[in-house]
Design a protein around this ligand. Structure first.
Ligand SMILES: Nc1nc2c(ncn2[C@@H]2O[C@H](COP(=O)(O)OP(=O)(O)O)[C@@H](O)[C@H]2O)c(=O)[nH]1
Ligand SMILES: [Mg+2]
Ligand SMILES: [Zn+2]
Length: 332
């Protein structure tokens, strides 16, 4: 039989098939495999034992969820104030994982000034994202929100306190997720390490209320690749004079020529992510040099000189190894 994991609790895996739930364990050999089963995985199971994981359509690590159709980035318009950089961080991460994005702006009842609301619309609608304004507590925009979710498995992400759990409760009154006062959360220093669980909204619509992947830095990619996460920047990239242009202060940069068209907060986020990626590049370089020194020492007798091309090649393998390390860690 085939089904989907909707909850994991210690050694137990809960599989859903045709509206039925099965409590399963995993076959011993599967445990030794590198790939760990996560919420959202489609699996083959029989008699309470999972024997196989089916290929994933999508995957996000931390929190680990597989096969989601879209990421809904939830922000609050007020309490806490909208944080554009955090929003751009979530958008860029979703883009990195190649998962479609919906933006939900909650707490509309708190009355953000029209001007501020128009700014949000102009930035993000122009980028082609679907937006919805809601109030979970006053039940505003919930039907519209529901329409964007219908027929899909969506992951809700966003900082704590923005109203993710309240929104799930508003969508399905039969669900009672725990919600918390913002002030209460702040005073406790919020460490809610919950497991991801798929929650059914209706027969073909589900949601994963994630603890959010906040605090993730872009220190796992190369600086020149960060632009690929910003459509309004990457569209000018091919016309830049240098192929490794970072679009920050280079001569002949096409992006800088069009800088007036790019929203300031978006560009600031871009520069911030590039600087995080530069840290990553420095890290590779440093580790590379360290190894090269020990290599030279070993070959000291023959005074072997490694040609620059060879060095570059070995740097590249190291880079691949780091990428590999990262993706292995992500699978944990
Ligand atoms: N005024 C207002 N408060 C809200 C709204 N949605 C959630 N809240 C409140 O914001 C706080 C945090 O909500 P919660 O759903 O726990 O946020 P989460 O951490 O993102 O899951 C709670 O006190 C909610 O009652 C809303 O639309 N308007
Ligand atoms: Mg919550
Ligand atoms: Zn450029």
């Amino acid at each position: 039989m085939e089904g989907q994991i909707y909850k994991i609790h210690s050694d137990f895996y809960y599989v859903q098939k045709d509206n039925q739930s099965f409590e399963c364990k995993i076959r011993e050999v599967l445990k030794k495999q590198k790939i760990k089963i996560v919420t959202g995985d489609f699996v083959e199971f029989d008699n309470g034992v999972i024997s196989n994981i089916l290929p994933r359509k999508t995957f996000i690590p931390r929190p680990s969820v597989a096969n989601i159709d879209q990421i809904v980035v939830v922000s609050a318009l007020k309490q806490p104030d909208l944080d554009f950089h955090q929003l751009n961080r979530y958008i860029s991460l979703a883009k990195y994982y190649k998962i479609p994005i919906v933006l939900c702006f909650n707490k509309e009842d708190l009355g953000l000034e029209q001007e501020a609301q128009d700014k949000i619309i102009s930035i993000y609608e122009n980028l082609g994202y679907k937006l919805v304004f809601t109030s979970a507590t006053e039940k505003i925009g919930i039907n519209e929100f529901q329409k964007l979710l219908n027929g899909k498995l969506s992951a809700l992400c966003g900082n704590s306190g923005v109203g993710k759990s309240s929104l799930v409760n508003a969508l399905n009154p039969n669900v009672h997720l725990r919600t918390k006062e913002v002030s209460e959360k702040l005073s406790r220093g919020t460490h809610t390490t919950r497991h991801c669980e798929i929650i059914k909204i209706n027969d073909d619509t589900s949601i994963v209320d994630t603890p959010g992947f906040s605090n993730i830095k872009f220190d796992f990619m190369l600086p020149q690749d960060v632009a690929l996460l910003f459509d309004e920047i990457s569209k000018y990239r091919p016309q830049c004079k240098y192929s490794n242009c970072l679009h920050i202060n280079e001569a002949g940069c096409e992006v800088l020529k069009h800088i007036e068209e790019i929203d300031e907060t978006r560009y600031k986020s871009y520069v911030e992510f590039v600087s995080e990626a530069i840290e990553y590049k420095e890290h590779i370089k440093y580790n590379g040099q360290k190894k090269e020194t020990s290599q030279k020492f070993k070959n000291n007798k023959n005074q072997v000189k490694i040609s620059e091309r060879k060095r570059q090649a070995s740097r590249n393998t190291r880079r691949q190894n780091i990428y590999k390390e990262i993706s292995e860690n992500e699978n944990e």
